[in-house]
Design a binder for this molecule. Structure first.
Ligand code: AGP
Length: 363
């Protein structure tokens, strides 16, 4: 097992560091920045012309990637929603021939997600799965499969597969929007070079990250809160899930605007607040973070170096400048590292957290 980890102490850290490669693999042959094109060879142009709405179904980290993809699709003018697969049988909105249901699942074997996929198939929706595992049940049962090509992920905590899922959902969303509107989304031209630059951006971030020192500083806090807005909200949820999963400490993710509607009562000097800035109404998120800071909470801003939040926050985790659609994914890598180093300091069994399985094949 040690041999498989290479120079790293844990698979999780290895997999975090594999993200430049796994993302490059996900993108290879699928984007063409020079000609401003996305080419998902799995789908003929026009495949999604009749799609009127999209439902994403997923669990856990894959659900957070689904939220990311769903919001980006809404921003591209297509009605979409992300649903927890385990709630689907009781809360699914109606589907018809014009509904596309996208099952997002790293393993392709999650029972809750397969059940929801089967329900969508039975109700006549067109189905696609976005998965890492060729030959998985989801890949066989969905009408079509889009593979994220992240390579095997051994750590129970999903890391590199989240980044690849989110990027593939952005690409899929751009294709759906292009087919639906009959022309590529307006921001595609700006997005493609930034997408192509993501592997290098993550590489640079991994080399310069100060997440280990930050984790050491706050590793013995009472609770950890993660806030964000828009795409940053899904990253806040994912940051909190990762933190609780491997540190066993209490962590929660909130939409930053929700803090004042209840969670602020929990905020004390013992509850660090990680604020994710993605360029979506950042001023409001900063105001929300300051409200927590006024109650004594240390605020850690996750944002580029020249962001106004750096002057306000107590601490800063730096991310490279990129397109707004991608900033959250860079912030997420910093949060993965914070969780990892905090769990390591607390001496947790990082790759195999108690009570959890890599693939949950029971309902
Ligand atoms: C993530 O760190 C978890 N291990 C878990 O939430 C996981 O994402 C979830 O069980 C879904 O798995 P899947 O992507 O294989 O369907």
């Amino acid at each position: 097992e040690q041999a498989g980890k290479g120079e790293f102490d844990h698979f999780m850290l290895k997999e975090i560091h594999e993200q430049p490669t796994s993302l490059a693999q996900a993108l290879e042959g699928r984007i063409d920045p020079e000609n401003e094109r996305i080419a998902l060879s799995d789908f003929e142009p026009g495949t999604f012309a009749d799609v009127e709405s999209v439902q994403f179904i997923a669990c856990g980290t894959s659900y957070h990637a689904a939220l990311y993809g769903s919001l980006a699709l809404n921003q591209a003018g297509i009605r979409s929603t992300a649903l927890l697969a385990n709630e689907y049988s009781v809360s699914a909105p109606p589907v018809d021939d014009d509904t596309l249901v996208v099952a997002v699942t790293q393993s392709g074997e999650t029972a809750d997600t397969l059940n929801a996929l089967r329900q969508a198939n039975a109700e006549g929706a067109t189905t696609v799965t976005v998965t890492n595992v060729v030959g998985s049940t989801a890949a066989r049962e969905a009408d079509q499969a889009l593979f994220i090509r992240a390579g095997p992920e051994i750590g129970v905590a999903a890391t590199k597969t989240f980044s690849s899922q989110a990027v593939m959902l952005l690409l899929l969303g751009q294709c759906i929007a292009a087919d639906h509107h009959g022309e590529p989304p307006a921001d595609l031209e700006a997005l493609l070079p930034e997408l192509a630059a993501m592997p290098d951006a993550i590489d640079g971030l991994l080399e310069t990250s100060e997440a280990d020192a930050l984790a050491e500083q706050y590793a013995h806090s009472q609770s950890y809160f993660f806030i964000g807005r828009g795409l940053g909200f899904s990253v806040a949820l994912e940051g909190a899930l990762k933190f609780k999963e491997i540190t066993y400490e209490h962590a929660e993710g909130f939409a930053s605007g929700e803090l004042k509607h209840g969670p602020l009562a929990l905020v004390t000097p013992e509850t660090p607040v990680f604020a994710v800035f993605t360029g979506e109404e950042d001023e409001k998120t900063l105001k929300n973070a300051e409200e927590a800071q006024t109650r004594g909470a240390p605020v850690i801003a996750v944002c580029p170096d020249d962001h106004r939040a750096v002057d306000v926050a107590d601490e800063h985790l730096s991310i490279p400048e990129t397109a707004p659609d991608l900033a959250g994914l860079l912030a997420n890598v910093q949060l993965q590292l914070v969780s990892y180093y905090a769990a390591d300091l607390l001496d947790r069994p990082i790759d195999k957290p108690r009570n959890l399985a890599k693939s949950v094949t029971v309902e």
